[in-house]
Design a protein around this ligand. Structure first.
Ligand SMILES: [Zn+2]
Length: 256
């Protein structure tokens, strides 16, 4: 057990750790994110995955591979994030050069351990077709939601930690779809074309669920370590084990 222990994907057989897994289990092990993305991009949803056999899923993953290989994007770079948006239909902004400039702000602010999961471009603080703050670049990372806009003069940059996101909702209008990111402090309405908005909202939910599952696992792990240490402390207090033995056990549990 443990967060970084690997597990085999039931479809492709590749070893993955918690960050590489999707939230969907098949035959008692988690499907890797790569296979999961290949399936969803072939129009397979989570209930299909539950219904289909591993062999059938494997055929879909491999059949899909022939037609369009899932591109690996360098999501640490502005160009990689921009290309991800274009290929997924997640908004393009006015021009490529502006799109890349917005994402550059995000790339510059990424921390070492931070991983960009989704990137998209939309109209920020959308009220109506003429009332909004123009195009922003957005990303969801494993740590936070980031919003950035490069202007002719200056820039706008804001982040919300995942703990402060209440919900992400989607509403469809005539031409636009609105993704609303509801945070503890404020709400951000982001407009995109209807189809992209719905897809992005779904993807954001999937990724957030996945992150919740990971942090749940981490917390559970920490809880059991604390419990174990407590148990040995009691044994020590009872005189059943020596101080030396206790320290050894503790060190091992804390991976020191
Ligand atoms: Zn896989």
């Amino acid at each position: 057990m443990g967060l970084w222990n690997t597990e085999k994907c039931p479809i492709c057989g590749k070893e993955t750790n918690a960050l590489g897994k999707s939230a969907i289990k098949k035959d008692n092990s988690y499907i890797c994110r790569n296979c999961f993305l290949k399936l969803t991009s072939s129009g397979i949803n989570t209930s299909n995955i539950k219904e289909l056999s591993v062999e059938e899923l494997n055929d879909i993953v491999n059949g899909n591979k022939k037609t369009d290989d899932i591109k690996e994007y360098d999501m640490k770079t502005a160009e990689g994030m921009y290309q991800f948006c274009v290929d997924n239909g997640f908004g393009q902004g006015m021009t490529k050069s502006w799109g890349v400039k917005h994402f550059q702000l995000i790339a510059d602010n990424l921390k070492n351990e931070e991983k960009v999961l989704i990137a998209f471009i939309g109209l920020h603080n959308y009220i109506s077709a003429t009332k909004h703050d123009n195009n922003f670049a957005y990303v969801l990372t494993n740590k936070r939601f980031m919003m950035a806009q490069k202007k002719l003069v200056g820039e706008a940059f804001q982040t919300v930690s995942l703990d402060n996101i209440n919900d992400i909702t989607f509403e469809s209008g005539i031409a636009f779809g609105i993704v609303t990111v509801d945070t503890i402090k404020e709400k951000f309405n982001i407009a995109l074309d209807k189809y992209s908005a719905k897809n992005i909202s779904n993807r954001l939910h999937e990724e957030l669920d996945n992150l919740k599952r990971i942090s749940y696992n981490i917390n559970n792990n920490q809880m059991s370590v604390a419990d174990e240490i407590k148990k040995y402390k009691e044994l020590l207090d009872m005189g059943a084990i020596s101080q030396d033995e206790f320290e050894k056990k503790k060190k091992r549990l804390l991976n020191l």
